[in-house]
Design a protein. Sequence first.
Length: 278
Amino acid sequence: MPRPHIEFIQTQMLDWERSNINSSALVKNLSFDNSNGASTNIIRYPENFEANTSHYLECDEEFLILSGRILINENSYAKGDYAFFPSGYPRRKIKCKEQTDILTYYEGRNKPIFSKEIQNIDCSRLIVKLETIKADWGKATDPKIAALGVKRLELRSDPINGEKTWLLDISPNMMDSEYDKKEVHPVVEEVFVISGEMHLPMGVLKKGAYFWRPPNISHGPVGTRKGATGIFRSKGGPLKTEWSKENYQVIWSAKYAPILPEGLRSKLNVNYDKNVPY
């Protein structure tokens, strides 16, 4: 079964669980695809974590550092750094001196294969490191969003299937209308809120909010007065947007009324600690 519609959860509502790969690491699974094992997770590596056993994964891995700092092979990754490792990419050592939280996407079952044998990897898809804090941001690609002054940083565009990963940054009061249009996309839209907040009819997405929205679902309108920054992914091809002809009322501070599968709903603690980041 493909991933169900999740819109939305605050990741703070989920309990940390022990990683099935390394017992000293913790994980929050945000969504999971039963058909192929693909998943989206926050992984927390503890202070003084170290793994020196050479291994690789048989699936692609994509990640963004949310906090802390980690060393993978000879590369040091800090908050805001992004990478995409195709299947077979070697991990000779992993080390961190401080607690580190990483938003991690696996495109299949993330079972490590312990081997020093060099694998054939698709280097056209490899992104060893992108420092988003130092990068030059451009305008959003959608004309309606770009006209508002929303900034966009493309992290990845897959040369095979056209799937994309990008950051969006919305400044305060850029999207504070009382009425706006709804939108629909022909592909999956996946979003994690890094900072700020966004108002939707099913509630207010704050830092740590996450959703996985299947294709062709009309949604919105979206509003924000405090501004927001998020990481977006399109799955199934590049994201295209069809806007409604009519305007609809933006619902500010809507009561939390998410769309969730029952298995996830039962795990949520809606009375979560508002002071924890994830």
